[in-house]
Design a protein around this ligand. Structure first.
Ligand code: FES
Length: 111
């Protein structure tokens, strides 16, 4: 999983009610050791901060699965749904739960 942390995502001035460092730590702890959580610089969809991208497993990618982008990941409920979906296999393996599907955003450059 890629977690954007740059000018807007992770910015306490933009989303003061969220402890961004704690969110990143929770994701890393919940998904280790089977999944990596890495920080990225701006992913160019700042209006959707906090942005996260879930990548398919290598097997799922070979079968055509693509990364799924999520925006406005600002609540513990969305965080928990994301964690559960990644643990279930993520893109190309597990269906996205309906509530989590509401947080899917188009990847930049795609409509
Ligand atoms: S800082 Fe995350 S999309 Fe720009």
């Amino acid at each position: 999983m890629t977690v954007c942390r740059d000018c807007c995502c992770g910015n306490a001035l933009k989303h003061p009610s969220l402890d961004h460092d704690a969110q990143l730590e929770r994701l890393g702890a919940a998904l280790a050791p089977d999944h990596r959580v890495r920080r990225s610089q701006c992913l160019d969809v700042c209006a959707e901060a906090n942005v996260m991208v879930v990548h398919p497993t290598p097997t799922a990618r070979r079968q055509g699965a693509t990364p799924v982008w999520f925006g406005l990941v600002l609540s513990p409920a969305i965080e928990q749904d994301l964690i559960a979906w990644v643990r279930a296999g993520g893109p190309g393996t597990a269906d996205i739960p309906p509530m989590l599907d509401l947080s899917v955003i188009p990847a930049p450059g795609r409509s």
